[in-house]
Design a protein around this ligand. Structure first.
Ligand code: AMP
Ligand code: MG
Length: 356
């Protein structure tokens, strides 16, 4: 469940610090929330209050949109599939509206009603080969559930603030964009509470406010926050590049976060292609997206991963975001907009190219 890329990013951030750091003491923490590891570093006048507001916000968000909490709005919506409309909190309604609008522009690659297939595949942790309950489903099983996958079956009534799933057996899973959406809420909450600089890492999604404060001594001014990009075939702390960011968000989707290797040697991972019902297999090991809009970045990284190498490469400089792709031949491609931000790390066996 836990996305290790986050830990790597955060750990590397620590390593990448150094002399000239600010004498201001940041408020830092690592908590398990929204079914993933959340790590943060906050600078501000009243960072204790900001931290509390952040954690309260995450708790509230999780209680509304989680698939794992049976009483959440989304779980209630799923339980009533094909039967009745369910009244939603404003939070859950807003997330659903945004999620559906993202599904609508993805050309079939991003669909929040894949949940029953996610459950069938049951890909829950890293490399759980032979673990109980982990096996490749039959094509018939996949096709039976795929027939019900269609985000247009989520029927919203804004007047009553209700939602209904058209058919029995359908279910919504916001996992492909919820962390990015939460990153946007985190920014709002922290800025409202006086945080002037910091970052929050939510299971693979980063949200960055301002710059890392320098000491001001010996010319050490504020610097961009620096993170690492995980090696998709390496260990938790293996990185292939560094990236410097400010006032934005970054989301990464990869085939190494939750997967198992089948008896056929195939890597079965958690990002499914809604066209086939099988794990997306279109030439990428990871896709990272940088955008000030966290929900969009999260959606887009999943969307690009599903659409695959060719589509992503063809559009790397025309989509409204920064993009880093790592393909299955260990080639790293970076959009022009990130030319100055990304630096490859040598000796990792990857080639590196800024696409012009
Ligand atoms: P991410 O790590 O943001 O790429 O999200 C992956 C998660 O999104 C999975 O664990 C599923 O919960 C869900 N998901 C998987 N495939 C898709 C898809 N094609 N469209 C939307 N959500 C998906
Ligand atoms: Mg995503």
């Amino acid at each position: 469940m836990v996305k290790k890329g986050v830990i790597a990013a955060a750990a590397m951030l620590g390593l990448l610090g150094g002399c000239g750091e600010s004498t201001q003491v940041p408020r830092t923490g690592v908590v398990f929330s929204m079914n993933t590891v959340v790590e943060y570093k906050l600078y501000g006048e009243n960072s204790e209050k900001a931290e509390q507001a952040l954690l309260d916000m995450f708790r509230e968000f999780e209680s509304r949109v989680s698939n794992f909490l049976p009483e959440s709005d989304i779980s209630r919506l799923n339980s009533a599939a094909g039967e009745q409309a369910v009244e939603l909190s404003q939070t859950a309604f807003d997330v659903l509206v945004r999620a559906i609008s993202l599904c609508a522009v993805s050309d079939g690659a991003f669909d929040i009603t894949l949940s029953p297939l996610e459950r069938l595949w049951n890909i829950t942790s890293d490399g759980d080969i032979g673990a109980e309950g982990v096996s490749v489903p039959t094509r018939d099983e996949v096709e039976a559930l795929l027939a019900n996958v269609d985000y247009r079956s989520v029927l919203l009534d804004p007047g009553k603030r209700t939602a209904k799933l058209a058919k029995q057996g359908q279910a919504v899973d916001l996992g492909g964009m919820a962390k990015g959406y939460a990153a946007d809420l985190a920014r709002q909450t922290l800025v409202d509470n006086g945080v002037s600089s910091g970052y929050v890492s939510i299971g693979g999604n980063l949200m960055i406010i301002g710059k890392s404060p320098g000491s001001g001594l010996f010319g050490y001014g504020d610097r961009l926050y620096k993170f690492s990009l995980r090696d998709p075939r390496g260990g938790v702390n293996d990185a292939v590049a560094t990236i410097e960011l400010t006032d934005t968000t970054m989301a990464t989707s990869g085939d190494y976060e939750r997967y198992f290797i089948g008896e056929d040697g195939v890597r079965y991972h958690h990002i499914l292609d809604p066209m086939t019902g099988y794990p997306a297999n279109a030439g990428l090991m990871s896709a990272s997206v940088i955008s000030p809009d966290g929900a969009y970045a999260d959606y887009m990284s999943t969307n690009l991963f599903v659409r695959g190498r060719e589509y992503a490469l063809n559009n790397i400089n025309s989509l409204d975001c920064g993009i880093i792709l790592i393909d299955t031949d260990k080639r790293i491609y970076v959009s022009k907009s990130l030319e100055d931000a990304v630096r490859p790390l040598d000796g990792k066996g990857y080639t590196f190219e800024v696409v012009q």
